[in-house]
Design a protein around this ligand. Structure first.
Ligand code: SF4
Length: 279
């Protein structure tokens, strides 16, 4: 059995979180170049140029890419043959704490949703664990901005609503809230599972690179179709009109009950900070 120290996990996560909040992903940078070629609105192209410039400045490590450095979301896969010296949960929360304090990232987490007092270190992170084969530890990190999160939705559709109902829900959700979520967007869609699983699928999808298609050709085709339909809505960069509203639509699916058709849409903005490490 392999052993890993909790201090190693803390340090690696801290570095990942800081890097992702300052240096936007290469997929998003390629998305900007794609948008410049495909955006028909001059204002839209100007906005994309400004976003590129912003990314360049932020990558120098003085200012984060966006002032809202989000709430940290982690998907953690723990190999069943891995032994962790120390407490995994504490190691992960400490990694997030140090990233947001030492990295001068905005602390956006309230201790209580109604009494609203800041925890001052951006913890707790929201952590989803799964046990997998092997002796590795994989951590997927996302810094999820509040503006795009607020535009996300979930619906328990009827099975008879079918694929057309799913498409309509996704498109309607982006149509009503997309302009407020800092487009161009990455749309995470969860289909199936139950109420809570569906939301998790959407989150997982939103933290995936928009350049990666679903492995099932049926859903890969649906991703492409939704991308095209949403880009035809005319929302455009920063919601000021145009032909590039989304970089991509990512779908994750799970089996569901025969009377159910849950669908969730988790919207991610152009900041779409995500990254992963394997220890
Ligand atoms: S939605 Fe994204 S880009 Fe807009 S303010 Fe929030 S984190 Fe920043």
């Amino acid at each position: 059995m392999r052993t890993i120290k909790s201090t190693e996990i803390t340090e690696a996560l801290k570095n990942l979180a800081i890097e992702k909040c300052y240096k936007i992903g290469d997929d998003i940078l390629r998305g900007f170049d794609w948008a410049l070629k495909n955006e028909k609105s001059e204002t839209g192209r100007e906005i994309i140029e400004q976003l590129k410039e912003n990314a360049k400045i932020a990558s120098q490590g003085i200012f984060p890419y966006c002032q809202d450095t989000g709430m940290a979301v982690l998907f953690v896969e723990v190999g069943q043959d891995l032994k962790i010296e120390g407490n995994l949960e504490e190691a992960l929360q400490e990694g997030v704490r140090r990233a947001y304090v030492d990295g001068y990232l905005r602390k956006s987490v309230y201790k209580d949703p109604l009494r609203r007092v800041n925890t001052n270190d951006n913890t707790p992170a929201i952590i989803h664990y799964s046990i997998v084969e092997g002796d590795k530890l994989k951590i997927v990190f996302g810094a999820k901005g509040g503006g795009s999160e607020n535009m996300s939705k979930l619906a328990m559709l009827k099975p008879s609503d079918g694929i057309e109902g799913v498409k309509k829900f996704v498109i309607d959700t982006v149509s009503t809230g997309g302009a407020n979520a800092c487009p161009p967007l990455v749309i995470g869609v969860g289909i199936g599972g139950n109420f809570e699983k569906c939301a998790l699928l959407a989150k997982k999808a939103a933290l995936r690179s928009f350049e990666v298609r679903n492995e099932d050709p049926f859903y890969a085709q649906l991703e492409e179709e939704l991308k095209e339909k949403i880009n035809n809505l005319g929302i455009g960069p920063n919601g000021l009109g145009g032909t590039v509203t989304v970089f991509g639509v990512n779908i994750e699916v799970f089996p569901c009950h025969l009377v159910a058709l849950p669908v969730a849409v988790n919207i991610n903005c152009h900041a779409a900070r995500h990254g992963e490490i394997v220890l």
